[in-house]
Write a new protein. Sequence first.
Length: 330
Amino acid sequence: METNMNAIVLAQQVKRRNEFRLMRMKNVVAVGIGYKTTGGVQTTEIAVMVSVIKKLPLIQLPESSRVPRVFGGVPTDVIETGPIFAQQDPTKKMRPARPGVSIGHYQITAGTLGCLVEREGQVYILSNNHVLANSNKATLGDAILQPGAHDGGTLADQIGTLEQFIPVGFGVSIGCSPFGFLMRLLGNAKPQINEPGNNTVDCAIAKPVTADLVNPDILNIGIPTGVAVATLGTPVQKSGRTTGLTSDQITQIDVTATVNYGGPIATFKNQLMAGPMSQGGDSGSAVLDMNKQVVGLLFAGSNTTTIMNPIQFVLDALQVQVVIAPISDL
C-alpha cells in the first residue's frame, strides 16, 4: 500500500505539472489519476489518465495533440469518454420527498434531490447549482419544484425556495496566464471556491416550505451514516431520478475536467470519477460508499463516466452537515 501511495503522489505531481498542456489539446476533456488498462484489463499500475472525446489513430493527430506514453516516469492512459455534460434532464410527486427523486428550479427541466443537510438546526435540500439555481441564473427565494418541471411539476408542487448557491465560474481564468500567476504570487488575487478555469463544486441548497415535506431516507439506500473520503477503487452507489439505484467504483481521483453546460463551459479540478452509473437527470444525486457514507455529489458525466464533487468540498462551501438521523430526532 505504501508503494501504491507513493506512486499516486508522484502521478499527482506529474499530472499537475502537465495538466494545463494536456487540457489545451482539442480532444481532451479530463485528466486524472487512475489504474492503467492494458489489453482491456485493468492493472494495478498508477497512471495519468487522459479522457478524450474520441480516440483517434496517431497518424490523424498532429504532434501537438499526441499524449506522450510517459510523463516524468509516470505512464499515461488515454480513454474515450465522449463529451462530459452537466446532467440535467427529465418522476413522480412524493410527500414527504426523499433523496433520489426528481426536483428542480422552476425554470429548468429536472435533476435529483441529493440528500438532506442542516445548519444551525435548519434542514435543507442539497443538489447542484444547475439543478436548484439554474446555472447561476436564479434569484434567492425562487421556487423549487418536486417533481421537476419536465416531470410535470408546477408551482402547485413547490416544495421549497432557493436558499444558497455557489456560483459556477464559466470560461477561462486569468490564473492560467503568466500575469494571473504573478498576481496570485503577489497576493493581489485570492482564489475563490469557484472561479473561471478553477471550479471545485456545483452545489446549492433549498429550504423546504415545512420540514415535514422532506425525509432523509435515500430511495433504495437508506439514511446516510456519515461522510467519508473516497479513494481509487472505492465501491460507490447512488439513487438518481433517471437511472435509480446504480453502483460502480471510483476509477480516477484528482480529476480536472471541462464540463459542458449546454453551451457555456466550466473547468473543474480535484474531482472524482466513476464509471457509467448515471445519465441526464441524475445530477444532484448523493454518491455513497457501501457503508452508506456520503462521499460525493454527482453533477456531470458522459456515456462512460460519472463526475462528482468530493462531498467535503460541498459541505465546507455551504457550511452545512449531512443529516444522518430522522428529522424528528434533530
